[in-house]
Design a protein around this ligand. Structure first.
Ligand code: TXA
Ligand code: MG
Length: 326
């Protein structure tokens, strides 16, 4: 069983040493908890896929200390640099061409010639990168296809018994609660590959032009962001979206002040605040899933503005048919 440690300086040292030895450590970021490995070590990166039970090699995000370090691994265009300088450290990931001489494992890119990279803002994540002295490959720390973890207990519940996992650093609940926004540049055009913790309009304001949608960027190969499977973030219970009333055989995930009465319900944000809803989303999906016991989870409509785009994206995946789960 992995050891779950409060994220003290000493615990971070131990996790950093484990990572240098090729083992895995769970750690908090401002978005969700990550399952970290030395991004330059093929075997360590491979063990991430093993621990998560990923059916195939989706590319991973590499977490680094700052912009200067990112530049050692990939090639920035002017718009990517602008986004990095404004949003880093923070919840935005950039997909950029790998440098020819990069020490990063090929497996982090899953065979692509690009790498996804970000500078996290969370103190513990930053300290871990520093003491590990390695770039950290880290997907969300959940078994493949399950809801992303927003606290250390979620990580222990899903991956605690994975033999590759040495430590989970407990830094409390994640302040943003949604994965980072992923931006790529197919044919040089800034493209929203995954909506996330930084809302589209904030990014478009900085760039002074609209982001292309991933669907438009999708070529012959299917997916611009290979991890964006239809069914993902899936709790065990069936989910019904855009519910305005709740049936006998349902529990309710509410949003806003006008929630209908239900025996079992949780409200993402009673005041209708989308930031609060994002931070609560995964923890409440888990809690309702545990209480549902065969019942369906009815989810009230969430507006598409701001962070609503990312929240609706995750809910759509949680509700999607399960056959294609990855
Ligand atoms: O907030 C986050 O981003 C969290 C924390 C731990 O940093 N990480 C995370 O990683 O959500 P993961 O592996 O669950 O999601 C990575 C996403 C996937 O949708 C994947 O397809 C995309 O980034 N991605 C990674 N590398 C890519 C690449 N080279 N090209 C296109 N998409 C890529
Ligand atoms: Mg994930």
């Amino acid at each position: 069983m992995a050891e779950c440690l409060k994220a003290t300086a000493e615990a971070i040292e131990r996790a950093g040493a484990a990572i240098r030895e090729g083992r895995l450590a769970g750690f908090p970021t401002e978005t969700v908890y990550g399952l970290g490995a030395d991004a330059t070590d093929d075997k360590a990166v491979a063990s991430i896929f093993e621990a998560k039970g990923r059916p195939r090699f989706n590319p991973l995000i590499v977490h680094v200390a700052d912009f200067a370090e990112a530049e050692k691994y990939c090639v920035f265009n002017a718009e990517a640099e602008k986004l990095a300088r404004i949003f880093w450290p923070g919840g935005i990931t950039l997909v950029l061409p790998r440098r020819a001489d990069t020490p990063l494992s090929l497996l982090v890119s899953a065979g692509l010639d690009t790498v996804a990279i970000r500078v996290p803002a969370h103190e513990t994540a930053r300290a871990l990168i520093k003491v590990a002295k390695r770039p950290l490959a880290a997907p969300s720390a959940n078994p493949s296809g399950k809801v992303s973890p927003t606290c250390a207990a979620h990580v222990m519940e899903g991956l605690g018994s994975a033999p590759q996992l040495a430590f989970v650093l407990d830094g409390g609940p994640c302040p943003l609660g949604l994965e980072s926004t992923v931006i790529g540049f197919p044919q040089g055009i800034p493209t929203l590959l995954r909506p996330g913790a930084v809302a589209r309009d904030e990014i478009e304001t900085v760039l002074g032009r609209p982001l292309m949608d991933a669907d438009a960027a999708r070529g012959e190969e299917g997916r611009a962001s290979p991890g964006q499977l239809e069914s993902h973030y899936a709790p065990g219970s069936p989910i019904r979206l855009n519910a305005r009333e709740v049936a006998e055989d349902e529990v309710l995930l509410a949003f806003g002040p006008d929630a209908p009465d239900a025996k079992t319900s949780m409200n993402l944000s009673a005041s209708g605040d989308l930031g609060q809803a994002a931070a609560n989303l995964f923890a409440m999906l888990r809690a309702l899933d545990a209480k549902a016991q065969g019942r369906r989870i009815a989810v009230m409509p969430i507006p598409m503005t701001g962070l609503g785009e990312a929240i609706n994206d995750r809910l759509k995946r949680a509700a999607a048919p399960r056959e294609s789960k990855g």
